[in-house]
Design a binder for this molecule. Structure first.
Ligand code: F6R
Length: 608
């Protein structure tokens, strides 16, 4: 949440800062601002709302200065007003911050008692005011930085300009990521390498507790003890450069249609299609011998984990316990015996998932992460990284990252099934064959159902409430369908296990609440059709998502039936995810919401 950037440049940096912020807008878009240092003076421009407002403001009222910092905000403390927008000022200090300062009230009270006057409701202003207060006491900028890092509790990535030093930015990291970019006579910093992709791909990531002094040609990094340290430089993935929408109206649409390709790339990383086998996995997690697996994740990544649990239990007979990471991290669960832990995340930075990972690590479990951002904190803190090759996902609603996470789980389940002696070579071959078909089928399904999805969305947008039902993996798809619809169209939606209908939600059924039933002709089909009967008998209107065999077998009248081709049961969740995504997408487009940046949300949730 929130994106920060900084440039120590040679020319006026404000336009470059805005360019970098554009690539971070997915992290928050409540307000944005930049500050520069020009002839020993700090100046800033800040605007409420999307970055375009700041861009327009800068066009009318440009900002000079070759050193500057910028911010795009997802509000935590204080309303998303211009006044609360970053950068925040103290005397001679400008600060941008991503994260939350948990002890800000206590620091604020102390500073107020010393006569400091606060002008915003944010937690960030205490950082600027505290630094200013330390400078007034005669501390150097370096001493002040080191001191505040001892004092601040919570999560932060910071970039600071000091008016008394025109040639540097000081930045610090405790929690949220921070990347330093090395240029030619210019240096950059950003919340991730994507922000810096127009300028450089030569990146150094700060470790937790590090702070750094960035000048035009160097970055001096210090650890939490103030010792000078070296951190490795690496090349950012070239995929980061390609974050354009192309011919698509939205990133989300582009990302939905990229799925056949990125699922295929991801699978190819784990599966040897020519031999019909799974590639050997790293042995940090011994799937053959572990007695159980813990999984934690948030949102859609959690649903990928839930599908993975189904596969691992069924095909590898491996007991799996899964929980949303915000609960997992505080459960204080005992973790005895021979277990491993697996975390799922697109960004690799989600605060709750990271905290759950660290809990399991402290308890000595081998840690695996299914993660999209290779350089992320979770990736770096894991014993083994199962990378998804989805490429940058910009739309706030996860689509291709989620299906790639599922693809990794599919490969892992075959591998674990083989390692545990549950699957034999013939079964492995058959499952690999099914997986190899998934990208081609996904492509034809996307093209096949697109027109129907568009017209159905028009109908769906007339309702205020929608219920999704399914059994087995289709129950997870029901949950994901409801999440996707509510987050981008703002229509209230619930996902339920179809068998739970009569234990409560059936009371809601009437002609005003469409019920979307996901039921391919699998082993649950007859049971789910019985639940559809119960809906139909009460005047409920059904949107039926099924396959050719399911459509033939079900004689019930529906509001609409979406028929997908018959596919192998193993890959059904991957294929049936597609109508769910398209339905939410087109409904949101039809309703005119901001599909890629839905209200109140952010892509990378680095606060609890
Ligand atoms: C929903 C969505 C979110 C994320 C969740 C986890 O469409 O995108 O629910 O799945 O915030 O994010 P990551 O995967 O980055 O940990």
């Amino acid at each position: 949440m929130c994106g920060i950037v900084g440039i120590v440049g040679r020319n006026s940096v404000a336009p470059q800062l805005v360019d970098a912020l554009k690539r971070l807008e997915y992290r928050g878009y409540d307000s944005a601002g930049v500050a520069t240092l020009d002839k020993g003076r700090l100046n800033r421009r800040r605007a409420e709302g999307k970055l375009i407002n700041l861009e327009n403001m800068l066009q009318q009222d440009p900002l000079d200065g070759t050193v500057g910092i910028g911010h795009t905000r997802w509000a935590t403390h204080g309303a998303p007003t211009q006044n609360n927008a970053h950068p925040h000022f103290g005397d001679g200090v400008a600060v941008v911050h991503n994260g939350i300062i948990e002890n800000f009230s206590e620091i604020k009270e102390t500073l107020i008692s010393e006569g400091v006057h606060f002008t915003t409701q944010t937690d960030t202003e205490v950082i600027a005011q505290l630094l200013a207060s330390l400078l007034r006491q005669g501390k150097t900028t370096h001493q002040a930085m080191q001191q505040i890092m001892q004092r601040l509790k919570g999560a932060y990535a910071l970039a600071v300009l000091f008016a008394n030093d025109a040639n540097q930015i000081i930045c610090a990291r405790n929690g949220p990521p921070l990347a330093i970019g090395h240029g030619d006579g210019e240096m950059y910093l950003g919340s991730d390498a994507i922000a810096l992709s127009p300028f450089t791909d030569d990146i150094t990531y700060l470790d937790d507790g590090d702070w750094a002094v960035i000048t035009r040609d160097s970055a001096e990094i210090f650890d939490d003890q103030g010792r000078r340290v070296e951190r490795p430089r690496s090349k950012a993935s070239s995929a980061y450069a390609q974050v354009e929408k192309g011919n698509h109206r939205h990133f989300m649409e582009k990302e939905i249609y990229e799925q056949p390709e990125v699922i295929s790339h991801t699978l190819a990383h784990y599966v040897d299609f020519s031999n019909g086998t799974i590639r050997k996995l790293p042995d940090e997690i011994d799937f053959a011998s572990i007695e159980s697996l813990k999984i934690a994740a948030c949102g859609s990544a959690f649903y990928a984990g839930q599908i993975g649990k189904g596969w691992l239990e069924r095909y590898a007979r491996l007991p799996v316990e899964i929980d949303v990471a915000s609960e997992f991290r505080y459960r204080e669960m005992p973790l005895p015996g021979n277990q491993a832990a697996l975390f799922v995340s697109q960004s690799g930075e989600t605060a709750d998932t990271l905290a759950s990972l660290r809990y399991c690590k402290e308890n000595g479990l081998p840690i695996g992460t299914i993660v999209n951002v290779r350089e992320s904190t979770m990736a770096r803190e894991s014993d083994v990284v199962f990378q998804t090759l989805a490429g940058p996902e910009i739309g706030v609603a996860s689509t291709k990252a989620l299906t790639c996470q599922m693809a990794v789980f599919a490969a892992l389940s075959i591998s674990a099934g083989m390692a545990r002696g549950v699957l034999d070579a013939n079964q492995e071959k058959a499952m690999v064959r099914a997986l190899s078909e998934a990208p081609r089928i996904a492509n034809s399904v996307l093209n096949l159902i697109q027109p129907q999805m568009e017209s159905l969305s028009r109908e769906l947008s007339k309702y205020n409430h929608v219920l999704y039902l399914g059994r087995g993996s289709n129950y997870t798809l029901a949950l994901e369908g409801a999440l996707k619809l509510k987050e981008i169209s703002y229509i209230h939606a619930e996902g339920y296990a179809a068998g739970e209908l009569k234990h409560g939600p059936i009371a809601l059924i009437d002609e005003n609440m469409p019920v979307i039933v996901i039921a391919p002709h699998d082993r649950y089909f007859e049971k789910t059709v019985s639940n559809m009967q119960e809906v139909s008998a009460r005047g409920g209107r059904i949107i039926f998502i099924t396959d050719e065999d399911g459509a033939k077998a079900c004689k019930l009248e529906t509001m609409a039936t979406i028929v997908l081709p018959n596919v192998d049961e193993f890959i059904m969740p991957l294929i049936f995810m597609l109508p769910i995504q398209l339905l939410a997408y087109h409904t949101a487009v039809f309703m005119g919401t901001d599909v890629d940046q839905p209200r109140n949300l952010a892509k990378s949730v680095t606060v609890e």
